[in-house]
Design a protein around this ligand. Structure first.
Ligand code: ZN
Length: 333
C-alpha cells in the first residue's frame, strides 16, 4: 500500500497516482482524494467547469479545504472517478513536470463511457464508440471479437445496458442492445449481479436466458443430426455410430454440454474437438470439420434470429402484465 497515505483529519486518503503537488483543487470521491488542476478539469468538461465556477463563487464562505486546496466532492464511485481523471489527463504533456498519464493496463470501457457521458467530456464520442465496438452488428465481427477473447463480461454488459438506457440509445431491436442483452443473460453470472440491471431488464434477461437455453438444446440436436460426412475418412461406420450416439445422448438428456447457454459462442467446438481426440473411437478430422462448420452455421442462424427471439420475450412480458408497457411501470421505482 505504498501509494496511499492517511490524513490526520477525516478518513480521507490520498490517491498518489493522481496527486499533483502543483494541483489547485482536490476532488474527493467516497474517502479518496485526488489533487488535480482546475484548468485540466474545466478545459475538457463543461460540467466540471460549471462545478468549479460555482466553487469560485462560494470561495469566500466556509469552503472545505484539503492541503490548502478547495474540495470538490463527486458522488461517483472511486473507480469511476479514477477513470474520469485518467481520461482527462490522458495524453497531457505539461511543462510543469507532470508525467503524462498512461491509460490503465485494462481500461474499463463501460466506466469510461459512463463518466465521459456524465461529465460531457469532449472525448465522449470516442469513448462511446470504443464501447460500442464490443457490441457489433454483424455475425462476422461478433465472431472475430469472440475468438480474439475480446468479449465483454456479463457484468460489463449490464453496465453497458444501463448506459445505453441512460442516453436513450436503447432501441431493443438494434444489434448492440441485442448483443448486450445476450451477454447479460450469460450463465456465468455470480448471484445477485443480474439485479444491478434496472427495471424490466432483469426480467428481460431472465426470459432471454430461458429462451437461449432451449435454443441451445435444439442446436445441439441439430448439430449431430445426419450422420458422418460424405467424405468421411474414418474406419467403416465409426464416425456414423459416434455421431448418432452423441445425438441420442443429447436427446435423452445424457449429455448436457449445451447447458451453458452460450449459444452464440464457440463452446461446442471443444466438445467436437474432444470427439475427434477420443482414443480408439474418435471421429475423423473431416467429420470434425463438418461438425464445426455446422456449429458455426447454427450460431450464424441464431444471430439472424435474435431480434425475433427477443420480440417473443417482449411479447411474453407484455402478456404477463396484461398488455401494459412494462417499462413505464418500472420507471423510477
Ligand atoms: Zn468421419
Amino acid at each position: 500500500m505504498q501509494d496511499i497515505v492517511t490524513f490526520h483529519q477525516p478518513p480521507t486518503i490520498k490517491c498518489l497516482d493522481l496527486w499533483f503537488e502543483s494541483g489547485d483543487v482536490v476532488v474527493v470521491a467516497g474517502y479518496v482524494a485526488f489533487r488535480v488542476h482546475r484548468d485540466v478539469l474545466s478545459d475538457n468538461s463543461t460540467v466540471l467547469a460549471d462545478m468549479l465556477s460555482s466553487l469560485a463563487a462560494s470561495e469566500e464562505s466556509n469552503q472545505e479545504e484539503l492541503d490548502g486546496c478547495p474540495v470538490v466532492r463527486l458522488k461517483d464511485s472511486v473507480h469511476d472517478v479514477k477513470h474520469l481523471l485518467r481520461m482527462l489527463y490522458n495524453g497531457i504533456d505539461r511543462d510543469d513536470g507532470i508525467e503524462p498519464i498512461r491509460p490503465a493496463a485494462c481500461t474499463d470501457l463501460t466506466s469510461e463511457a459512463r463518466m465521459a457521458h456524465k461529465y460531457k467530456l469532449h472525448t465522449r464520442k470516442e469513448s462511446y464508440s470504443a464501447l460500442r465496438h464490443h457490441f457489433p452488428s454483424t455475425f462476422a465481427s461478433w465472431e472475430a471479437l469472440d475468438s480474439e477473447g475480446l468479449r465483454l463480461s456479463a457484468s460489463d454488459a449490464i453496465e453497458a445496458i444501463n448506459l445505453f438506457r441512460a442516453i436513450g440509445d436503447d432501441d431493443s431491436t438494434t444489434p448492440h442492445m441485442l448483443v448486450a442483452l445476450y451477454l447479460a443473460s450469460g450463465c456465468t453470472l455470480p448471484d445477485g449481479v443480474l439485479e444491478t440491471l434496472r427495471g424490466a431488464d432483469v426480467e428481460r434477461c431472465v426470459l432471454l436466458r430461458e429462451a437461449l437455453l432451449e435454443r441451445s438444446a435444439w442446436m445441439a440436436a441439430q448439430l449431430f443430426a445426419g450422420g458422418a460426412s460424405a467424405d468421411c475418412r474414418g474406419a467403416e461406420g465409426v464416425c456414423d455410430a459416434r455421431i448418432a450416439e452423441t445425438r441420442a445422448a443429447v436427446l435423452y438428456g445424457d449429455a448436457d454440454e449445451w447447458m451453458h447457454a452460450d449459444a452464440l459462442g464457440e463452446s461446442m467446438r471443444s466438445w467436437i474437438d474432444g470427439m475427434e481426440l477420443e482414443k480408439g473411437r474418435g471421429i475423423c478430422g473431416i467429420c470434425a470439420g463438418m461438425l464445426c462448420e455446422r456449429d458455426r452455421e447454427l450460431r450464424r442462424e441464431l444471430w439472424e434470429e435474435m431480434p425475433a427471439l427477443l420480440a417473443r420475450v417482449e411479447e411474453e412480458m407484455r402478456g404477463a402484465r396484461g398488455g401494459h408497457d412494462e417499462d413505464e411501470e418500472w420507471e423510477e421505482n
